[in-house]
Design a protein around this ligand. Structure first.
Ligand code: GLU
Length: 315
């Protein structure tokens, strides 16, 4: 099936484009470094590369290792935000801000200086506060999230990798410090250790890029999932999530990512990135070697090539 490039008007095949990108990115392998501060993540094959596109017409195209489950890590913060907005509406914004932080995702000093008020839901402090909020509504935050991904994407695979969860829980010293500061300022209700454990389990969810592209499709379609045949979130919430993705989704490289790719996106230290093209579709990519700030190095190159050649960009 052919797709039209909205910027040039020319027709192209998404399947051919993804295959071309797979070939083009190979020389960039070896320039990044796999996350190793969570010991279990260091065991992944660094040269994996998978990419998938889900279009608003329900066309699903994949290339490379697109069916291999990988650790979603911070990409789960995107689904946590959707769930929290769906359940509590704007209430979460009384605890968490919407501004870029310009600091590392697990930065501690800024949180202390700002008296326990996280800058946004995509830094760890904000994500821990979101998880805490969800814990008041479910005993199993990771399960709730996996349920959303399965329904929205019409997928029946994926779930928590218990070995990764245990590895992260055993080494989550920085996140425990963050959670304790949050508790000291009454930003979270539950015990800090319980919030960190629930958060680490959520981060250890594994799905493939094909599943991920499918599950995020409501963000490109005013909240509707054509794969589930149901509305997953209100259109006004979609706009809010995409706004926060655009301004805070890619760690300290959010500005340069917007410059290079021009799409709202979220990355995770497992090497995944999911990018939303409103009205067109979702692109997900996975390659474990990370750049200096923690974004997939090869994945970012792949998305830049995709945006250039597809014309899918909001800028
Ligand atoms: N679970 C990871 C952490 O909290 C997620 C980090 C990330 O993907 O940005 O350190």
């Amino acid at each position: 099936m052919m797709t039209r490039n909205p910027q040039t008007g020319s027709e192209f095949s998404l399947a051919v484009l993804l295959d071309d990108i797979c070939d083009h990115v190979r020389p960039a392998f070896g320039r990044g470094k796999v996350a190793d501060y969570i010991p279990e993540l260091a065991r992944v094959n660094p040269r994996k590369f998978g990419m998938a596109v889900a279009t608003v017409d329900s066309e699903i195209i994949g290339a490379g290792d697109c069916d291999e489950p990988f650790s979603l890590q911070s990409i789960t913060k995107l689904f946590a935000l959707i769930l929290v907005l769906n359940r509590g509406g704007d209430e979460i914004w009384t605890r968490v801000g919407k501004e870029p932080s310009g600091t590392a995702f697990n930065h501690l000093a800024l949180l202390e200086a700002e008296r326990g008020a996280p800058r946004n839901p995509f830094v760890n402090a904000g994500a821990l506060a979101v998880t805490d909020y969800l814990m008041a509504r479910t005993k199993d935050v990771a399960g709730l999230m996996a349920g959303f991904i399965r329904v929205a994407g019409g997928v029946d695979s994926g779930g928590v990798n218990e070995v990764v969860a245990a590895s992260e829980i055993a080494t989550a010293f920085q996140n425990r410090a963050i959670a304790n500061i949050l508790k000291a300022h009454d930003t979270i209700d539950h015990a800090p250790d319980a919030v960190v454990d629930a958060y680490c389990r959520q981060c250890a969810l594994e799905f493939s890029v094909r599943d991920l592209a499918r599950a995020a499709l409501p963000l490109a379609l005013q909240g509707f999932s054509p794969l589930a045949g149901e509305t997953m979130m209100a259109p006004r919430l979609v706009r809010r999530v995409n706004a926060v993705l655009m301004t805070s989704g890619m760690y300290e490289s959010t500005g340069s990512f917007a410059y290079r790719v021009g799409l709202p996106a979220k990355s995770g230290v497992g090497g995944g990135i999911v990018a939303v093209a409103p009205g067109r579709g979702v692109v997900a990519v996975w390659s474990p070697e990370l750049d200096r700030v923690g974004n997939s190095l090869v994945g970012t190159i792949a998305l830049e090539l995709f945006a250039q050649n597809s014309g899918w960009s909001i800028l």
